[in-house]
Each structure stands twice: as C-alpha cells, then as structure tokens.
Design a binder for this molecule. Structure first.
Ligand SMILES: Nc1nc2c([nH]c(=O)n2[C@H]2C[C@H](O)[C@@H](COP(=O)(O)OP(=O)(O)OP(=O)(O)O)O2)c(=O)[nH]1
Length: 135
C-alpha cells in the first residue's frame, strides 16, 4: 500500500464590500490549469498558514493584509492522485490594494451563488456552501 503525503495549502476567500469573493484562474502549464481557485499556496517550512497567506496574497495579487484580518472559515480534505490535500480556508475582508494579477493569472470577483459557473478544483467544491451561508 502506498501512503500519500499530506500537503498543507492555505487558501483565502478575499471578500469585497459587495460580498463577492476573488477567484484566480490557474495558469497554463500548472497542475489543474484553467480551474478557478482561491488565492493561496503551500505552507512552507517555518511558516504559519496565516504567514503563507500574507506572503501569497502579496506575491500573487499585490494585496497586503495581516494575521488579525484572516478568520478561519472551513477546510478542504481531498485525496488527489499523488497527495492528500489539507487546505484551511480563511476569510479576509480587510486588505489594502486592488488585486492585480502578478503571475499572469486571470482574476474575477464572484458571488458565492455563481461559483458553480467557474470550474474549481475538486477539493474546492465542498467549500462553496460555507461561503453561500456566510455571505
Ligand atoms: N491556492 C490554491 N491551491 C489549491 C486550491 N484547490 C486546490 O486543490 N489547490 C491545490 C493545487 C495545488 O496542488 C496546491 C497549491 O499549490 P500551489 O498553488 O502552492 O503551487 P503550484 O500551483 O505551483 O503547485 P503545482 O503546480 O506544483 O501543483 O493546492 C485552491 O483553492 N487554492
């Protein structure tokens, strides 16, 4: 029996004043290319998930936030072929800067009720009802 490693990825639902959530389209050439995801990334050694998000939001979309502005909402636990993804989802309503793609990805503000129109990684689909309830 092969044991899959657990991959810890921190993800963020950035929420605007209108109750819409920012989705980013994974660029060509990456795994799951073309699918719409929450900004975030792998938690690197020595980082807390909050530190990962602060770093990734800055690197990926040029937005600044702080730990106190990141509230835990729910998590994904999903087996991909080569790893098991454990992905806490934080909500952030307080951030500075206008999200701008820093890595060529497309960005879109989407109402949770409309997220089904944006194909997401399989791990993300069970998270949508939590955002519908929240927003
Ligand atoms: N950021 C983010 N990653 C997600 C989401 N859903 C989901 O399954 N993932 C997966 C895709 C990747 O396998 C991993 C995040 O890795 P990453 O974004 O830091 O790194 P990457 O694209 O360079 O990864 P990869 O090409 O090596 O797979 O988590 C999501 O909503 N947001």
């Amino acid at each position: 029996m092969t044991v899959k490693p657990i991959l810890l990825v921190a993800a963020c639902a950035l929420v605007d004043a209108d109750g819409r959530v920012l989705l980013a389209q994974r660029p060509e050439g990456k795994t799951l290319a073309g699918l719409w995801e929450f900004p975030g990334g792998k938690v690197e050694p020595g980082e807390t998930p909050e530190e990962t998000l602060i770093r990734e939001l800055r690197e990926e979309i040029g937005v600044e936030t702080r730990t106190a502005c990141l509230a835990p909402l729910t998590f994904a636990s999903h087996s991909y072929e080569s790893f098991h993804l454990l992905m806490p989802l934080f909500v952030c309503r307080r951030f500075s800067g206008v999200p701008m793609p820093q890595e060529g990805q497309r960005l879109k503000w989407v109402r949770p009720q409309k997220m089904r129109d944006y194909p997401m990684p399989p791990a993300d689909e069970p998270l949508i009802p939590f955002l519908i309830d929240l927003l």
